[in-house]
Write a protein that binds this ligand. Structure first.
Ligand SMILES: Cc1cc2nc3c(=O)[nH]c(=O)nc-3n(C[C@H](O)[C@H](O)[C@H](O)COP(=O)(O)OP(=O)(O)OC[C@H]3O[C@@H](n4cnc5c(N)ncnc54)[C@H](O)[C@@H]3O)c2cc1C
Length: 417
């Protein structure tokens, strides 16, 4: 084969399509270890696939050098994503927070359109071909996938990260990259719910509300995330928690003591919340404390907080002692969330860490360690926040790798080494 793409998820399929369009006479094969391709596309966005976002910038990502991320995103902006999906018959429409979904509301539409386009272009797709070994040889690469061995002039590693390993993305691509000379930024789960100690959260299961979350560790700049928190039987989830989780994991990698606080009255601080409670007390002195707090946050959360502080919710605002009021205010704006762990890779939407961006050329995503090897998608050290950003990274990185391959093959022949 001229080009072998290892991994047939979002990034691998997109790379195959782009390469086959740019070089119609070349042979392209996609090798995937799973029985069926595109498990993550199908499960994404609650089965609706949040394909991209109206606005995507490097600030929506964490990981390696932001300039490299910026360069990759610029090569294939959101408008190109929308046009590409229109070309293959998938119209996108915008929802809250700029998220773009297929008009059909079905992730299957996205997967079928991509597989259909790859087939139309003559790409060979081989499921149940888990690549276990790759060797660099003079003519390119020898690839072992179970009982099958094949040779390819160039290889694209698009094996994803480690999240939801049952889908086939089990981190084996990292080992292949290491065997070909790469190092790894240590992977951790990202976009993952967090497990809490104790039982404060248990009766709140199912309640969601806006919060501001902060993760803090000694010698580390605190990271703040605003958005919706969803209480769950195991702890906390929801967009704000998912976005925060990568920072919690990264802080834990380096620091022993990491704390997470919630401001349950986002946008407010101690002084402004105290002023609001004083204003309640003077305007409605006979209102009970828990009813006053229920104007700031969900009533059940207010009750749980008062219970944890051992403060009676039925105290009239007029009778609330100053020290108790201050204790309540402090808890409202800085509530310690006793995070024990995250729910791990089996519940993570993506992986932080991976192949360092410093080890690839930003113009081509070609390896600086192994000529003829390219990368696309989640395997690289770039992880986006929730909202379609990770797929945009998959499409954009696929485009950069595909166009670079086309340039290299044109220049040097099938073995672009
Ligand atoms: C539940 C869930 C919901 C999500 N929702 C969204 C969303 O709505 N919007 C968004 O932007 N992102 C979402 N994401 C993240 C997004 O799905 C991923 O970032 C994206 O799929 C990464 O694409 P990829 O092609 O790099 O990797 P993957 O999609 O993980 O694909 C990698 C492929 O490589 C194959 N593979 C791995 N190792 C080997 C090997 N050794 N040999 C052969 N094949 C191999 C795997 O079988 C897999 O098919 C979600 C993720 C999850 C888990």
């Amino acid at each position: 084969m001229d080009i072998a793409i290892v991994g047939g998820g979002a990034a691998g399929l997109a790379t195959a399509i782009f390469v086959a369009r740019l070089m119609p006479v070349r042979s392209v094969v996609v090798l995937d270890g799973a029985d069926k391709l595109g498990a993550k596309i199908l499960m994404s966005g609650g089965g609706r696939c949040n394909v991209t976002n109206r606005v995507v910038t490097a600030a929506d990502f964490r990981g390696g050098n932001p300039n490299v991320i910026k360069q990759v995103l610029a090569a294939f902006p959101v408008a190109r994503t929308v046009a590409f999906f229109r070309e293959i018959g998938v119209e996108l429409c915008e929802e809250d927070n700029g998220k773009l979904f297929p008009k059909t509301n079905r992730a299957l539409t996205v997967l079928e359109a991509m597989v259909g386009e790859a087939a139309r272009l003559g790409v060979r797709i081989l499921p149940r071909h888990r690549v276990t070994n790759m060797q660099r040889v003079a003519s390119g690469f020898h690839i072992a996938a179970g009982a099958t061995t094949l040779s390819a002039g160039n290889v694209v590693l698009a094996t994803g990260g480690q999240s939801f390993p049952k889908t086939g993305s089990d981190g084996s691509g990292y080992r292949l990259a290491e065997e070909l000379g790469h190092t790894l930024v240590p992977p951790t789960p990202a976009l993952v719910p967090l497990v809490l100690d104790g039982d404060f959260h248990v009766p709140l299961s199912g309640i969601s509300h806006h919060v501001e979350l902060t993760v803090q560790a000694a010698g580390w700049k605190p990271v703040r995330v605003c958005g919706v928190l969803l209480w769950a039987h195991f702890g906390i989830s929801g967009p704000a928690v998912l976005d925060l989780s990568r920072h919690w994991h990264r802080a834990c990698l380096e620091r022993c003591e990491v704390t997470v606080f919630a401001n349950l009255v986002p946008g407010e601080d101690t002084a402004s919340v105290e002023a609001r409670l004083l204003a309640f007390a003077s305007a409605q002195p006979r209102v009970q404390l828990h009813n006053a707090l229920a104007r700031l946050l969900p009533a059940r959360v207010a009750d749980a907080l008062l219970g944890a502080l051992a403060v009676s919710g039925t105290t009239l605002m007029a009778h609330l002692p100053r020290d108790v009021r201050r204790k309540v205010v402090k808890a409202l704006v800085r509530w310690l969330l006793p995070v024990l762990d995250s729910r791990g890779y089996s519940h993570a939407e993506t992986t932080a860490g991976g192949v360092p961006l410093a080890e690839v050329s930003p113009r081509s995503l070609g390896s600086r360690k192994c000529p003829g090897l390219y990368f696309a998608g989640e395997i690289l050290d770039a992880d986006g926040r929730i909202g379609g950003f990770n797929f945009q990274w998959a499409w954009a990185s696929a485009w950069v790798a595909a166009t670079a391959l086309a340039r290299a093959v044109k220049r040097d022949g099938p073995t672009a080494a």
